[in-house]
Design a protein around this ligand. Structure first.
Ligand code: ADP
Length: 188
């Protein structure tokens, strides 16, 4: 008999450049290989569609996260592994989304600010430091780390593969995806 797996909202949070996009893409790829439906709601992409026109004020950031949470909930309650990868800096909004979502796992993608700044994947930290961008998370806007996330990836000391495997293992243990013996690139 084929096992029925429940959907889940897998909520990545962390500073810009901490590794949310990288790990979420690797996790999604592997989850898909295990025959589960997956959608990624990436912060940057959402801002060009669902949240087009919203800025980075506290109010707009909250609206953006509520919209992502709303869509992720719709997906996950219909059996999808819904992965979100937005900075989502404010704890109270993440907790609000958690409260309205039946299956919710928070992944804290943790790396010290100086590491993220050194990576400066999108060149945004340089712009924030020069004042070209105002209200940048970690520089002149707060980032509130989760207090009790289900998963923490320390991307300053783990490889991308280790961080990815950590998330996959948790999804397996909690019964949201089949175990790796049925597949694939991350199997032991
Ligand atoms: P974010 O989506 O959080 O802004 P990105 O995923 O775009 O961050 O960038 C993270 C950068 O850090 C990438 O260049 C990635 O190769 C690097 N990196 C180094 N170690 C890790 C790790 N363990 N997990 C994820 N990314 C890592």
């Amino acid at each position: 008999m084929t096992a029925i797996y429940k959907g889940v909202t897998l909520w990545f949070t962390g500073l810009s450049g901490s590794g949310k996009t990288t790990i979420s893409a690797a996790v999604a790829k592997e989850v898909r290989l295990r025959d589960r439906n997956v959608e990624i709601l990436d912060g940057d992409i959402v801002r060009t569609h669902l949240s087009k026109g919203l800025g980075f004020s506290k109010e707009d950031r909250d609206t953006n996260i509520r919209r992502i949470g709303f869509v992720a909930n719709l997906l996950s309650r219909n059996g999808v592994v819904a992965i979100t990868a937005a900075i989502s800096p404010y704890r109270h909004i993440r907790d609000e989304v958690r409260a309205m979502t039946a299956d919710f796992l928070e992944v804290y993608v943790s790396a010290p600010l100086d590491v993220c700044e050194k990576r400066d994947v999108k060149g945004l930290y340089a712009k924030a430091r020069s004042g070209e961008i105002k209200g940048f998370t970690g520089i002149d806007d707060p980032y509130e780390p989760p207090l009790t996330p289900e998963i923490i990836c320390h991307t300053d000391r783990e490889t991308i593969e280790e961080s990815t495997q950590k998330v996959l293992t948790e999804l397996e243990l909690r019964g949201y995806i089949p175990s790796s013996k049925y597949s694939s690139s991350y199997s032991q």
